[in-house]
Write a protein that binds this ligand. Structure first.
Ligand SMILES: [Cu+2]
Length: 199
């Protein structure tokens, strides 16, 4: 009876840990000139992070950049690039001409905005048209592109109109179900040892 109760607690703990991790995915990248196609010698650098909440269907975009040689004219996420990528280039997927509120006319700055991915306004209309014609189909293509490393954030500037720095997003690995399961099992063993043997 007591063992069953303890295992039940461990199971609940395991389930809640899974819940805390399961529905948000984080993708990160480093932005640079050599990452562009064609590569350029800019010494500008930056980082970008995308957090997708698959329950709320939101996407938070965070970026910082500095050292650009030109002033920013636009930034957005492009993709997905073709497979295999003869040319690792693709059209703009997010709002055009630039992310709303992205700092323009500067050589350094930062950005943080969350998009409701169920809204047409979160996409380039041409991207929706080219990917099934609905927000739902476009969203699926976008998220699949993130998962397969085919989406990149690009920052365009006055002296490099095609893009001065960019980077492809890659998924940040989560604690695996195996690790979480092992934690749950160890927890249940630890609890069982403390149960006094009065039966
Ligand atoms: Cu662009």
């Amino acid at each position: 009876m007591k063992i069953k109760l303890v295992l039940g607690c461990a199971t609940i703990a395991f389930a809640s840990m899974q819940g805390a991790f399961a529905h948000t995915s984080i993708y990160t990248t480093t932005l640079s000139g050599p990452n562009e196609f064609p590569a350029n010698p800019s010494l500008g650098t930056g980082t970008a992070k995308v957090t997708v909440d698959y329950d709320l269907l939101t996407m938070r975009v965070q970026a910082t950049f500095s050292g650009l040689t030109g002033n920013t004219t636009a930034s957005h996420i492009h993709g997905p690039i073709p497979d295999p990528p003869a040319n690792p280039l693709a059209g703009v997927a997010t709002p055009t001409p630039s992310f709303p509120g992205f700092p323009l006319g500067v050589q350094s700055g930062s950005y943080d905005q969350t998009f409701d991915m169920t809204q047409t306004s979160s996409f380039n209309p041409a991207f929706v048209t080219a990917n099934g014609g609905t927000v739902g189909s476009a969203m699926n293509v976008f998220f699949a592109g993130l998962d397969s490393g085919k989406m990149y954030l690009n920052i365009h500037t006055t002296n490099t109109p095609g893009g001065e720095i960019r980077g492809f997003f890659t998924l940040v690995p989560e604690p695996s179900a195996f690790v979480l399961g092992a934690i749950g099992l160890l927890t249940s063993v630890a609890f069982r040892r403390r149960v006094p043997s009065i039966t």
